[in-house]
Design a protein around this ligand. Structure first.
Ligand code: KIV
Ligand code: ZN
Length: 529
């Protein structure tokens, strides 16, 4: 039995084969230790997801912090096609806050959840099953008073006693839930078991034909994508997933892997999504840049090597016919060959066309700024590749409205210490300079930043990688800072590694200051997931 799509979800190709893609990069993804995104970054990511035609964007957990609340409400204002969703525990306060955050959404959803497994009920909730059941009805009914699109999740569904799960799902449907999610919260299930769970619930719960069933799989055993697809084979028609598979612990099912598996294996998996897959690479790079989480080289679909052919036999086959070793084309996921694009004589028009090819539509100011950066880069670097342009545009988008900006930097480095940095920044338009020594040039740069902008943040991550090959490659630097439980990440690219390091640190600091102004510490409310 297959559930029909509800009124508030996009029109399916047909009721039986359309799978709703629910992105949780900004909610479950942001729960990855260390992954945190600023408001501007979330707004930009929401636009990328909408361009990609993701059906539902879970934009945050509004009760968790003022920052999460603001992100969900601002995203609700700017997104018009995708459903915007806010997460809530079962309490009225949580649900009201989520309802308030999605109020301005053209299509808003409240996603409320409650644990149903014996271990969660006993130790986390300290509630009896009958109390849990009652709260399911109460929470879903309350959410339905605020919006007609309500998702209910049975947290830890895969370790829940089956009879009790059926009763809870029935109660949620009766109370008005339009989507029922059966999460594999701890990444414990395996494909055939998960498919059977959906078959059983859909066949045995009255009213199951009125709702959409959803998967939500964690990757603790590396089975999240396989389990999600099995869930669909069992009757689910929504998959919750995250770009690059980021999420709590080992992460969530990776959106790009699910979407491409369904697309490439349509012969055996007769389901369709609405995702425009050529936006995948851009989304992946952007999430990696703003979280500072690198994508492993051999990662399926979006890894640097996902379409690279090294061995002679493979290269020979590829030259004769790409189908010998390629089951999908790099361009299907927006991986454009890193070819030589433009040099210092290229004009604004060509630059704008190139940006369009790479998936960017910039406003006039952002375009001017990116073009200026491109010209500066072309002066320094002989070959400017597509990856260079992506790095510099992401950099411009990340730092455009920064309160502190790096103006000049000179560093003394080498075998004879002390290493020393001379730095000038502008803070709200006013220039400030300092010099500082350090244990190595990067330490000296960071100490100089500390001297011009005193702060108590601790450096949690400093990471450098080359954007392209060659000694004149841009260095892409990510920095993560933490202060009082608040975490902020910054990134920057430059042909000078120390300049990129200074800019990335300052970008992280700006994000941290912005967080401090807007929100309470990030420590998630005691939600237990
Ligand atoms: O993993 C989980 O169970 C969750 C729920 C809140 C859906 O993230
Ligand atoms: Zn989860």
């Amino acid at each position: 039995m297959t559930a029909p799509i509800t009124e508030s979800t996009p029109a399916p190709a047909s009721d039986s084969d359309r799978v709703i893609i629910f992105d949780t990069t900004m909610r479950d993804g942001e729960q990855s230790p260390g992954a945190s995104m600023s408001l501007d970054e979330k707004l930009e990511l929401a636009k990328i997801l909408e361009d990609m035609k993701v059906d539902v964007i879970e934009a945050g957990f509004p009760i968790a912090s003022n920052g999460d609340f603001e992100a969900v409400s601002r995203i609700s204002e700017i997104i018009t096609e995708s459903v915007v969703c806010g997460l809530a525990r079962a309490g009225q306060g949580d649900i009201d806050r989520a309802g308030e955050a999605i109020k301005k959404a053209k299509r808003g959803r409240i996603h409320t959840f409650l644990s149903t497994s014996p271990v969660h009920m006993k130790w986390k909730l300290q509630m009896e099953p009958e109390q849990v059941l009652e709260l399911v009805t109460k929470s879903v009914s309350h959410a339905r008073n605020l919006t007609d699109d309500v998702e209910w999740s049975a947290e830890d569904a895969t370790r829940t006693e089956r009879d009790f799960l059926l009763r809870c799902v029935e109660a949620a449907i009766k109370a008005g839930a339009t989507t029922i999610n059966l999460p594999d919260t701890v990444g414990y299930t395996y494909p055939s078991e998960y498919a059977d769970l959906f078959r059983d619930v859909i066949a045995n719960v009255p009213g199951a034909d009125r709702v959409i069933f959803s998967t939500h799989c964690h990757n603790d055993l590396g089975l999240a994508v396989a389990n999600s697809i099995a869930g669909v084979q069992g009757g689910a028609r929504q998959i919750e997933c995250a770009i690059n598979g980021i999420g709590e612990r080992a992460g969530n099912a990776a959106l790009e892997e699910i979407v491409m598996a369904l697309k490439v294996r349509g012969d055996r998996l007769p389901f369709v999504t609405g995702v425009e897959t050529q936006h995948i690479t851009r989304a992946s790079r952007y999430v990696s840049a703003i979280t500072g989480f690198p994508v492993q080289f051999n990662k399926a679909i979006v890894g640097k090597n996902a379409f690279a052919h090294e061995s002679g036999i493979h290269q020979d086959g590829m030259l004769k016919n790409a189908e010998t070793y390629e089951i999908m084309k790099p361009e299907d996921v927006g991986q454009i060959e890193s070819n030589l694009v433009m040099g210092k004589h290229s004009g604004r028009h060509a630059f704008r066309e190139k940006l369009k090819d790479l998936g960017y539509e910039l406003g006039q100011n952002a375009l001017n700024e990116a073009f200026q950066r491109f010209k500066d880069l072309a002066d320094k670097k002989k070959h400017v590749f597509d990856d260079d342009i992506v790095a510099l545009v992401d950099d411009a988008l990340a730092s455009g409205s920064d309160k502190i900006q790096v103006k000049h930097l000179r560093v003394i480095a080498g075998t004879e210490g002390p290493q020393e940095a001379f730095l000038t920044v502008s803070i709200d338009g006013e220039e400030k300079s300092a010099n500082a020594q350090g244990d190595g040039p990067v330490d000296a740069v960071f100490n100089a930043i500390h001297a011009v902008a005193p702060h108590a943040a601790i450096l949690r991550l400093f990471q450098v990688h080359a954007v392209t090959e060659g000694t004149d490659a841009q260095a892409q630097v990510s920095v993560r800072l933490e202060e009082d439980g608040r975490i902020a990440t910054g990134s920057a690219a430059d042909t000078d590694t120390l300049t990129a390091s200074a800019k990335a640190y300052v970008n992280a600091l700006n994000n941290l200051f912005a967080r401090k102004e807007k929100s309470a510490p990030d420590a998630r409310v005691a939600s237990g997931f």
